[in-house]
Design a protein around this ligand. Structure first.
Ligand code: ATP
Ligand code: MG
Length: 405
């Protein structure tokens, strides 16, 4: 028996009232994009379900891809048999046997689109249920929350049966919540922050600061590779590379060491916010988790955040490192992230950064920097590329950013 179709159930979006249509349309598009490699499939989006007809494509492979699409609560492989009760009996028994556990409970739930079929839904429920009890033991019928829910649909072109329900990725369809800029380092945390943002329906663009020659090409590549992992959940991701050497050198020269970190972060945030504005983003996301390092105290956040009123989303704020790591493993970014290439912040990191910086002092110290000039110089030298999920190294569509500023 071969899987002929996959039935996809929507997640939270079923509660979205007037926006429902828009959410379904987005999800439909996202599923289509995720499954582009399967040329023969046909996708139809209904009010409460999405039907994917395989037309000979590999059902297991399609389901593997669907697991990473946000906005799906669950999905089921569906098997088609010819329109005969004997065929249906045989198929239902085989499918239940594959999942069998002692004293399991089940329910048969039949629907009939073809009203000319010789049996009605009650007949079919009874016939198929009796056959299962005869052929598979020990097993019993249970109408409320059975272990296995056997769904049978009689249509004009066959009988469609499903017994298995697999969990989807949950969340909301990517793109339904608007766009935000992800501050992407090469570390463990920011990719996880990106993943969680995507999960709540955001579209993300990655902004990465690097400082050649202090930071290596491998460090840059690592950030690109991590972005590519995230692209698994969203199709493509725009990656914006910010040359940060000039600013870091200026800070090193002009700013007392204990405030260098705070002021560096403020510069990063100012620049990210400018890029966000040009690219119509609505928020900035980072991988900060409260108390993890010196820059991640509330005092630091207050001093750094002061440069903008744009929402700064910190999806990891209350997560423990161990929990962050387990998500990183799940999304396959952990092994990449722990490769030991220096980040621009590590290279210039002062020995003892202030954990409780004073804003008044920060503002005084910044007077010695030509902030506007440094920022506009940097913004004229951005590089933008599109990262896809399979191909890490090759960048399509590489352009400089001058035209935008
Ligand atoms: P991560 O594991 O994401 O690097 P971290 O625990 O090492 O985080 P920091 O290095 O202090 O913490 O960085 C805090 C956040 O600042 C990062 O999660 C990221 O969002 C942002 N950030 C740090 N370095 C960079 C960079 N080079 N480019 C872009 N964003 C950065
Ligand atoms: Mg880091």
């Amino acid at each position: 028996m071969e899987i002929t179709e996959i039935l996809v159930r929507y997640g939270e979006l079923s509660t979205k009232g007037k926006n429902r249509k828009y959410f379904i349309k987005k999800l439909h598009g996202n599923v289509r994009l995720k499954l582009t490699a399967f040329k023969k499939i046909n996708i139809v989006a209904n009010r409460d379900r999405l039907h994917i007809t395989l037309n000979g494509e590999n059902g297991e492979a399609v389901m593997e891809e669907l697991k990473d699409v946000f906005g799906i609560s669950s999905f089921s492989p569906v098997i088609r048999v010819d329109k005969s009760v004997e065929e249906a009996k045989h198929a239902v028994v085989q499918l239940i046997k594959k999942q069998f556990k002692e004293n399991m409970t089940f329910r048969i739930n039949t629907k009939r689109a073809d009203h000319d079929f010789e049996y009605d839904t009650n007949d079919l429920n009874r016939i198929l249920g009796t056959e299962v009890e005869r052929a598979v033991q020990p097993i019993s019928v249970r109408m409320k929350e059975p272990d296995v829910d056997v769904r049978v649909e009689v249509r004009l072109d066959g009988i469609f049966i499903s017994v298995e329900t697999l969990s989807g990725a949950g969340g909301l369809p990517v793109g339904t919540a608007g766009k935000g800029m992800l501050m992407m380092s090469g570390g463990i945390d920011s990719p996880v922050a990106g993943y969680l943002s995507l999960k709540r329906g955001m579209e993300i663009e990655a902004v990465h600061f690097h400082s050649p020659p202090y930071t290596s090409p491998q460090a840059l590549q690592k950030a690109i590779d991590l972005t590519s992992k995230l692209a698994n959940y969203s199709g493509e991701i725009t990656f914006i590379e910010v040359p940060f050497t000039e600013i870091q050198e200026a800070i090193k020269k002009q700013i007392p060491e204990d405030y260098a970190m705070t002021i560096t972060r403020r510069m990063m945030l100012r620049i990210t916010d400018k890029i966000r504005g040009k690219r119509s983003g609505l928020a900035i996301m980072n991988g900060e988790s409260l108390g993890q390092v010196a820059s991640q105290t509330l005092e630091s956040m207050l001093a750094i955040n002061e440069v903008t009123s744009t929402p700064i989303l910190r999806p990891l704020i209350s997560m423990d490192k161990t929990d962050i790591i387990s998500v990183a493993r799940k999304i396959d970014t952990f092994d990449l992230a722990i490769q030991p290439y220096e980040d621009c912040c590590t290279v210039f990191a002062p020995a003892k950064p202030k954990t409780k910086p004073k804003l008044k002092k920060v503002l005084e110290m910044e007077e010695s920097l030509a902030i506007d000039q440094l920022i506009s110089d940097t913004l004229s030298r951005l590089k933008i590329q599109t990262i896809t999920r399979h191909d890490n190294s090759e960048s399509t569509d590489q352009t400089t950013f001058d035209s935008l500023f």
